[in-house]
Each structure stands twice: as C-alpha cells, then as structure tokens.
Design a protein around this ligand. Structure first.
Ligand code: NHF
Length: 462
C-alpha cells in the first residue's frame, strides 16, 4: 500500500551490485534480478549500476557517457535501466570478484564505489539500494547529497578483511540496514547488533519461472523426466539426489557431502549428481569420488544456467544443501518450487524456510546439523528408503514443498522492499546522524556530470 508521505511520481532506485543476470556468480544475481523485475513499475524504476566485468549483455544500448575515470554505458534491460561501468579495473575479463580479494578484489570494489559516487548526479535516483557493501565508497557522497541509502547484507565477508571493513563502515553510514533471514541476523549478532534497527526481508523467486508448469509438457509426468536424465548420465534407476552450487571451502559444504559418501552411504541405493564449479582441489576430489563410486555419482563441472538448474531440479528426487552457513540459500526455495525434496543443514535461511509453520512440523524434507557428515548420510539414506518404499509419501512431500515455496514469491519480497523504500524516502536520509553541511561548490566530477546534462542530484534527494 502506498505510504501517504511517499513523494509523488515514480521513484528511481539505484541498485548497486556486482551481479545482475547474466553477469552472475551466484544468488546475488538471482535476487537482484528478481527484485528489479518484481517492483511495481508504477512506483519504482530500478536503475542498476554495476561493473562491466568483461560482459557484453544482450540489452539495447541507449547511450555512452565518458566520465573522468570510466565509461558508463546505459542499457534498457526489460523494465530496468542498467549502467555498466568500465575501465581497466572494472572490466576485468569476465571476472566479477578478482582474487586475491585483499588486493585485486578490494581495488575493484573501491574503484566501483568511487565511480558510482561520481555518477550519482546523472543517475537522478531518489534512493540507493546497496546489495552487500561493494559500493561502500559512494556512501559518504550519498550522505552529503542527502540521498537515503538501504544496505542489504546478503552475506558477510569476515574471511575477506578489506570487505569486512567496508561492511562495518557501510552499516554505520547507511540509512537502513536489512538482511535476508531472521536466523542469519541472530547467527551474526556480532555484526548486526551494532544497529538496533536491522530489518529482515526474506528473498523471493519468480514462481512462474520456477514451476514444473513452465517446462515442456511431459505427458508421462515427473518420472519420465527422471528416467531421461538418468539415461543421459548413464545412471541406474534409483532415488536421485542433486547438489547444485559453488565449490568452495567455507560455505556451501560440498566437502561435507563428499565425506558423507564415506560415512554410511557406501552401497546405499541412491544416485548423486554434483553440478557446479569453483575451488579446483574440491572439484578434483569430487571427480575422484565420482570415479570411485562408479555407477552412483556424476559430476557436471560447470555453473549451470538457471534453465538447466530448473530442469535438473524438476527431474531429481532430492536436493542436498549441506551449507556450513547460509544467509538465505535461494537454491532451497528453487528446489522446493520444482518438487526436489530438500535435505539441508539447519543454518541461516535454510533453517527459517524449513522450519514448520506449526510447532513440531518438520517441514518438507529433512535437516541435519551443519558440518555433520554422518547426520547428512543418515538423512539421505532415510529419504532414499522412503522414496523406494512409499512413493505416494514423496508426492505428498512434493506438494508440501511447492506450498512452502509459494510463501517466497519475488512479488512478496518486492512488496516489502517497496514499503521500506517508501518509509525511507518519507523519513529522508539518516535523520539520527544529521547531514554534513553542503560544501560551497560542487566537486569537479559532479560539476562535469551536470555539464553533461545530468539532473541536479540535490533536487532528487527529497
Ligand atoms: O541467498 C542472495 C544470496 C543468499 O545465502 C545466499 C548468499 C549470498 O550467501 O541473498 O546472497
């Protein structure tokens, strides 16, 4: 519902992110893309600004501006306006997050935020929405211009100290801080308790895309899709689990799954498909496990595009999500929506989504303690046996799964951000902190942006 104090007209909201489909590394791209598409176009115009990162996306090109230190190309991507920034640091050959983070990564991050600061006048945004702290360097300028800012923490990066510092600074400077699950806010109270007013807005997905109905009609039903998949991978007819995600050492828990294969799953009546890419040692360990397990484990060593993830989740029986920590975990609602029953660790957003609506309700699927390979093996074995013994129970679980996913629609997520944007716009930038006094003249970059026909950012601040 519209806030009575909301400024009239469509508010331009700058989405500051390193990822937007098809410039993607993971869930951040999915979330930002879904949010931009689901915002009410009569009220909010998403204006996404991100480093080009070596991509040449397929959108119609509208204009190129040459700013003092970068080129800014403006595109129309469906209902979103997208600005891609490029210079040697921002256009790093298809690499979104250069390694090592404490050198190349933070250089790109700093460069991005500084160039965004320079572009603020031209963007004519009424509000900035930072997705993680990558654009943190623009926050001081935003404050000086009186632009309110929303910072959404999708994941904290204490493993990357320069970015962890940026997150701490951003949490102080942003007008509003949000994160993506209640459990994550509680788990990371060490960070979030610095602000008394952190809000939780769970992620959502496009449930029309993530739907069995969106797939080519299959008269013989889900079983036929599964048979086709197993034939193509030369796997036997057995209950089948899929892991889809980044191969990393600290978050996604692929190593826990590999340990589980030796912790009670030897000879178990199940198949496992592992799809993803990342850490080379983990990928090699997975390849070795696949070779050793012969007819039970397959490795698809690439990041699958969304339509392939959807097809996979619509064909397998179960999705394994063994994360050690997970602020939200979009793959869980994607799996639920596509009828892949989850076996997931009890952390972060996974815990929140799987928690029953009623006390004592175990929710659809099974959960286990994060990092507990034996617990994961036991849960997988139990589910595989259930699939063999009681296929009708699987049908019921799939229905419950879809119902659970429907609570996480992109539209519902967007409605909550819309309410937050409206309230933030109405309240103005950081009233508690006060605004720094405006300097007597505009800095050089901003003056230049004005000369190039940009709107006056000060005017758009209210
Ligand atoms: O789903 C989008 C994603 C989350 O848990 C995920 C993560 C990064 O780690 O909010 O951001």
């Amino acid at each position: 519902m519209r806030d009575a104090r909301e400024p009239r007209g469509r508010a331009r909201v700058a989405m500051l992110t390193c990822e937007l489909d098809p410039i993607r590394c993971g869930g951040l791209a999915t979330m930002v893309t879904a949010l931009c598409r689901a915002l009410d176009p009569a009220r909010f115009q998403p204006v996404v600004v991100l480093p080009r990162s070596g991509h040449a996306p397929p959108w119609p090109h509208l204009e190129r501006r040459l700013l003092p230190y970068c080129a800014a190309d403006r595109y129309q991507a469906g209902g979103s306006e997208v600005w891609l920034l490029s210079n040697p640091l921002l256009d790093s050959e298809g690499v979104i997050y250069p390694e090592p983070y404490d050198h190349a990564g933070i250089k790109k991050t700093d460069e991005y935020g500084e160039r965004v600061a320079e572009l603020l006048g031209a963007l004519d945004a009424r509000l900035l929405h930072l997705h993680d702290a990558y654009a943190y360097k623009c926050l001081y300028e935003a404050r000086r211009l009186g632009l309110p800012t929303v910072l959404t923490i999708h994941r904290l990066h204490e493993d990357e100290p320069p970015l962890a510092f940026a997150e701490m600074a951003s949490a102080q400077l942003a007008t509003v801080v949000t994160t993506v699950s209640d459990a994550y806010r509680r788990e990371r109270d060490d960070f979030f308790s610095a602000r008394q007013d952190v809000q939780v807005i769970p992620n959502g997905i496009d449930l029309d895309f993530w739907s069995e109905d969106a797939l080519p009609p299959e008269p013989a039903g889900r079983a036929a899709r599964r048979r086709r998949l197993l034939r193509s991978l030369e796997l036997p007819e057995r209950p089948t689990f899929a892991f889809v995600g980044r191969f990393d050492r600290d978050q996604k828990g692929l190593d826990v799954l590999l340990d589980a294969l030796h912790a009670g799953l030897e000879g178990a009546p199940l198949n496992l498909i592992v799809a993803g890419e990342g850490d080379r040692a983990l990928a090699e360990r997975t390849a070795a496990a696949a070779a050793a397990a012969g007819d039970r484990v397959r490795l698809l060593r690439r990041m699958l595009p969304q339509d392939e993830v959807r097809a996979l989740l619509a064909a397998v029986d179960f999705a394994v999500i063994p994360s050690r920590y997970e602020p939200f975990g979009l793959i869980l609602i994607e799996a639920l929506a596509m009828g892949a029953i989850p076996v997931a660790s009890r952390v972060g957003g996974l815990r929140d989504v799987l928690a029953g609506a009623q006390p004592g309700d175990p929710g659809p699927g099974r959960s286990f303690e994060a990092g507990d390979a034996a617990g994961l093996a036991a849960a997988m074995l139990e589910m595989a046996r259930l699939a063999l013994a009681a296929p009708e129970a699987m049908d019921n679980a799939r229905r419950a799964a879809r119902t659970r996913a429907e609570a996480y629609s992109a539209r519902r997520m967007a409605a909550r951000y819309e309410a937050l944007y409206s309230a933030t716009l109405a309240a103005g930038a950081s009233p508690a902190a006060g605004r720094p006094a405006a300097p007597s003249g505009p800095p050089a970059g901003r003056a230049r942006a004005r000369e190039e026909g940009a709107n006056d950012a000060d005017r758009s601040a209210t």
